[in-house]
Design a protein around this ligand. Structure first.
Ligand SMILES: [Zn+2]
Length: 254
């Protein structure tokens, strides 16, 4: 750990594993071989334009926001109910849930919410028909599990804490998010596997969206995660065909 680059790589590796989503032993080691830094630069395009004419913020083409989303005024016991916009649950660093919340109808080995579990089964079968293997790296995670991982990061990698999901800020607690891979290649290189590419092209057809797209860290609060897919239902997911839109933009929360 004497060499800063090694320290940084290790810290980042652990950070990615936790924010992201991996709890499996060995995942961090695989992350270390990645070259994650290049992909997550905060985009300059977010900077407001200096031109004299006030330009309206470009709306993501998919869904012009016609209504203002409700303010998240939940506090105390109300945090047991997740924040929703247009029937879509939003859990993030800005919209948290309390410890007792979990999927109302957990299903299968990964305790995913039943609709998400069904959609995942369909998607996995479709990929298999195309000769592509999809495996689940991580499904539902409890508040307690997330908290343990976050506290560990606070102690060991405080400089990279922004990579970690604090307890209550992880979508995995809803049972609507999954981390997917091919069972071999994890972390950022996963994006270049047949599984990563297939998901990138087809996940929306099954109701899943790439939740933390590349270059959108300032909006989502999380590093680019090519493995983290969030179930929002097919009707809405079909508006995310190129994986550039974030849920925050789509719902008018960005
Ligand atoms: Zn994840």
């Amino acid at each position: 750990m004497r060499f800063p680059s090694v320290a940084v790589a290790l810290a980042l590796a652990t950070a990615l594993a936790a924010a992201g989503c991996s709890d499996e032993p060995g995942a961090s080691a695989r992350v270390a071989s990645a070259t994650p830094a290049a992909t997550s630069t905060p985009t300059a395009s977010v900077t407001p334009s200096v031109s004299a004419t006030p330009t309206p913020t470009p709306t993501p083409s998919a869904k012009p926001t016609t209504t203002t989303p409700p303010k998240d005024t939940r506090a105390g016991k109300q945090l047991a109910t997740p924040y929703e916009v247009d029937g879509i649950i939003v859990v993030s660093k800005k919209h948290r849930i309390s410890a007792g919340y979990g999927p109302p109808d957990p299903t299968g080995p990964y305790h995913l919410e039943s609709a998400a579990a069904r959609a995942l089964a369909k998607m996995t079968a479709a990929a298999r028909a195309d000769g592509v293997r999809i495996r689940v790296h991580s499904g539902y995670r409890s508040w307690t599990t997330q908290n343990a991982s976050y506290q560990k990061a606070l102690r060991n990698y405080p400089q990279n804490i922004s990579f970690y999901a604090p307890a209550g800020a992880s979508e995995h607690q809803t049972g609507l998010a999954v981390d997917l891979w091919d069972g071999v290649t994890w972390s950022l290189p996963m994006a270049r596997t047949a599984t990563g590419k297939w998901l990138f092209r087809h996940a929306h057809e099954y109701g899943f969206v790439l939740r933390y797209p590349d270059g959108k860290t300032r909006i989502t609060g999380y590093h680019y995660e090519p493995w983290h897919y969030r179930y929002i239902g097919k009707r809405d997911a079909m508006k995310f065909p190129n994986n550039k839109l974030t849920l925050e933009e789509y719902l008018g929360l960005a």
